[in-house]
Design a protein around this ligand. Structure first.
Ligand SMILES: C[N+](C)(C)CCCC[C@H](N)C(=O)O
Length: 264
């Protein structure tokens, strides 16, 4: 199994994230809260995404990353490989994302003398408390919503990226840096616009259970959110998600492509 894609995914995910973190936190509260933890986790998750995507394409089309410019895979295969990568990365992402959401929604300062102790003192303490209070399954709270969010939208992510690259690149050639940046940026936006409704639901499920359980499941959370706040609830955060998605995914795809070309 080729592993370069996993390594390239690892590095490119970390680079993209550094850029996106302030956007990611501003939609909650508290600017640079918890920066080191997401860097480590997103690198692992991005590595699973790109590694699984590329290896699924290898199984489906019998072409390696290097051969795919000369023999481009069909959009159906790209979509299926993207969905597979999205599904598996969501599983790895679930506990990390839960911890991130819990920490970012915590409004008490992390460590200030005299102020009340926050519920979670940091990522490790947060994971341990969730495990203690809500069990192993507690660490996967909201995981279903996350898988529903990421499986189809990662298909959209890779389709948009490939589609735009092909549109602006002469046949058989590698896309230019500018093309990769723009295609990566728009892939991020397209995927996040499609993912935002389930992103809202996912975060609510992850915060549920802190004091008492409010929602019975993903569907119940959707129905009661729409009842209380109207359909607009599904678009909450779509602008900030898109503003963050462009630079993050432009850098992610650029570093991914260049690392693979460089090794390759
Ligand atoms: C599928 N979904 C839209 C959730 C994410 C797509 C882009 C993933 C990227 N690591 C980022 O954080 O932007």
């Amino acid at each position: 199994m080729p592993v370069e894609e996993f390594v390239a995914g690892w590095i490119s995910g970390a680079l993209g994230l550094v850029l996106g973190h302030p956007f990611d936190t501003v939609k909650l509260l508290g600017f640079f809260k918890g920066m080191s933890f997401p860097i480590a986790s997103i690198a692992v998750v991005n590595s699973v995404l790109f590694g699984v995507y590329s290896n699924t394409l290898l199984v489906l089309t019998a072409t390696s990353h290097q051969e795919r410019r000369a023999q481009p895979p069909s959009y159906t295969h790209i979509f299926l490989a993207g969905c597979t990568g999205g599904f598996l990365q969501a599983y790895c992402l679930a506990p990390f994302d839960l911890i991130k959401v819990r920490l970012q929604n915590q409004t008490e300062p992390m460590a200030q003398p005299g102020s009340p102790q926050p519920q979670y003192r940091g990522p490790v303490h947060c994971a341990a408390s969730i495990f203690r209070e809500e069990g192993y399954r507690g660490l996967f709270r909201g995981a279903w919503a996350l898988m529903l969010r990421d499986t189809p939208t990662m298909g959209i992510y890779f389709i948009t990226y490939e589609g735009l690259c092909r549109q602006y690149t002469p046949e058989g050639q590698n896309p230019s840096s500018a093309t990769v940046l723009v295609a990566g940026g728009f892939a991020g936006i397209a995927s996040w616009v499609a993912a935002t409704p389930l992103d809202v639901i996912k975060s609510r499920m992850q915060m549920d259970g802190l004091r008492r359980r409010v929602y019975q499941g993903v569907l119940d959370c959707m129905v009661s959110s729409v009842r209380q706040e109207g359909l607009g609830v599904f678009f909450r955060g779509v602008t900030i998600n898109s503003a963050r998605a462009f630079p993050v995914n432009a850098v992610t795809f650029l570093s991914y492509e260049y690392l693979l070309r460089w090794w390759g």
